[in-house]
Design a protein around this ligand. Structure first.
Ligand SMILES: Cc1ncc(COP(=O)(O)O)c(C=O)c1O
Length: 413
């Protein structure tokens, strides 16, 4: 499939929510970075689990076996999605934030006062606050990796200055949920590992836009949330097996002693796990019918990336025609591979909230404020003024929708 061949229209038909109308016009969902819609196959899988008759895991009877099958299938699906080495490197949890808090508690137990960790200003607060709190609890020094405010890309060139033999962890985002910049996490992991630090990657924003390969990145941990890529509200942690095995997880006594169960607190949302599998299968199907699921995911994410770059190009060209519109982050159309199609913008003379509200009245759904990327907004100096408007595209958005939001923005002035 080439760029021209990618057609979002048949895919859109699989998403009931995309048929929603506001004021007689089809709604425009540009709130993907806050959560995407789900295809019918995900809805069917989840309701199918509930209809079938489920049970808790580990019982010697039919419905419990069914639940175990569902859980194993979801682990296998996410193993393919992340390219993990084995299914028990996949841990399910309520969401990314909860998984990160639990991991931060476990890692902090291995730190000594005076050790150091690194967080970045480009991250969502779910990959900052858990580490700030863990550092505070254990007397660990926090260092900040900055980003360049002119194009909102991480200053990886300064990472070596922050690393030393005391550094225990680098917590880094794969892509910013505010300004869309993609980080070179592979390079960051190489540098951090050379200093003896562990690396945790937040791939929540990146996941719907590009291929994740934990083995190629060689990160120690990576977390995402299925609801950002066409699935239900469930978080998924990858950890290298030996780390998941050796670290002490906070768990109740009877819970499994081995990964992945030892990290999965309480009873999982099994209906959501069926949805996770269906979401991965939905994406894999975009990659065609030939090959393993991983091979089809590789193809699919390439098609999606190429198509989304064309959406970004159209948006950026259109944005130059709207007077008073400022786009933060990478705006150079030669550098579209370095960003997701997520744009933080401001419109002169109007608050972010007013812009989002007026667009919302026209059935165009966008976020405003900081979207928990508080450090990004602080660094850009826009937190006090109420943050920025976020316009986020995913592969089910169309060129016509890009044009519609550009026209609507122009009309607000
Ligand atoms: C980049 C990023 N990281 C982390 C999170 C938090 O994810 P969750 O809602 O699964 O806790 C989000 C949610 O918006 C996000 O965009």
């Amino acid at each position: 499939m080439t760029k021209q061949q990618f057609d979002p229209i048949p895919l859109r038909a699989q998403f009931p929510a995309l048929q929603l109308e506001v004021g007689g016009e089809t709604a425009v969902y540009l709130d993907g970075p806050g959560g995407t819609q789900v295809p019918q196959s995900v809805i069917d899988a989840m309701s199918g689990y509930l209809r079938h008759g489920g049970s808790n895991s580990g019982g010697p009877f039919l419905t419990s076996h069914y639940t175990d099958d569902v859980t194993n299938a979801a682990r296998a699906a996410m193993m393919d999605f992340y390219n993990a080495r084995r299914p028990d490197e996949i841990v399910f949890g309520q969401n990314m934030t909860s998984l990160n808090f639990s991991l931060s508690r476990a890692l902090a137990r291995t730190w000594q006062p005076g050790d150091e960790i690194i967080v970045t200003r480009l991250d969502h607060d779910a990959n900052i606050s858990p580490w700030l709190l863990a550092a505070q609890d254990s007397g660990v020094v926090v260092r900040w990796l900055d980003f360049d405010p002119t194009d909102c890309t991480l200053r990886l060139d300064t990472l070596p200055d922050l690393l030393n033999e005391k550094t225990r962890l680098l917590a880094i985002t794969y892509a910013s949920n505010a300004v869309g910049s993609i980080s070179d996490v592979k390079r960051a992991a190489e540098l951090a590992h050379a200093a003896g630090a562990l690396v945790l990657v937040d791939s929540v924003h990146f996941a719907p836009h590009g291929l994740i390969d934990v083995q190629a990145i060689n990160c120690d941990f990576l977390i995402s949330s299925s609801y950002k890529y066409f699935g239900p509200h469930t978080g998924i942690l990858y950890g290298k097996y030996e780390l998941l095995d050796n670290l002490m997880a906070y768990k109740v006594r009877p819970a499994p002693a081995k990964p992945a169960g030892k990290w999965e607190t309480g009873t999982q949302s099994f209906e959501s796990l069926t949805g996770v599998t269906a979401a991965v299968d939905y994406l894999a199907a975009i990659g065609g019918e030939a090959g393993s699921r991983r091979e089809r995911l590789v193809q699919a994410m390439q098609h999606i990336k190429t198509y989304e770059m064309s959406l970004s190009q159209r948006f950026l060209v259109g944005a130059t025609q709207v007077s008073g519109l400022r786009v933060y982050g990478i705006t150079d159309v030669e550098r579209l591979a370095e960003r997701t199609p997520t744009f933080a913008v401001s419109l002169e003379g109007m608050s972010a909230e007013a812009v989002a509200t007026r667009l919302g009245e026209q059935g165009i759904f966008v976020w405003h404020g900081h979207y928990y990327a508080v450090a990004v907004m602080e660094r850009l100096g826009v937190l006090e003024q109420g943050g920025l408007v976020r316009i986020g595209f995913v592969h089910y958005n169309t060129m016509a929708e890009v044009d519609r939001v550009i026209t609507a923005l122009a009309g607000l002035r």
